[in-house]
Design a protein around this ligand. Structure first.
Ligand SMILES: [Zn+2]
Length: 86
């Protein structure tokens, strides 16, 4: 197996496949599943994760869904207060 190094810190890195990564955005949580890429093993100081293209797309899309879900919660709260006024 080829020795990998981290693009950021130059430390040791490893290839991973089918890993799950939790995403959290302002109290909302989701898990992006089956991601692959390379991660830094110097977790304390660096911990950089570089996803493969398809995994980066999936991770970003799920993160975007959390942001829009959070936004629609605000809209819901606004509508609720508006109906209290009626
Ligand atoms: Zn690193």
């Amino acid at each position: 197996m080829t020795e990998l190094s981290c693009d950021i810190c130059g430390g040791r890195a490893e290839r991973f496949e089918n890993a799950d990564f939790p995403i959290e955005y302002r109290g909302l949580r989701a898990v992006a599943r089956n991601l692959s890429g390379v991660r830094c093993l110097d977790g304390e100081d660096c911990g950089e994760v570089l996803f493969d293209a398809a995994s980066a797309h999936n991770y970003g899309r799920l993160g975007g869904e959390l942001v829009s879900r959070r936004s629609s919660m605000w809209v819901g709260r606004f509508d609720a207060s508006a109906s209290n006024l009626a």
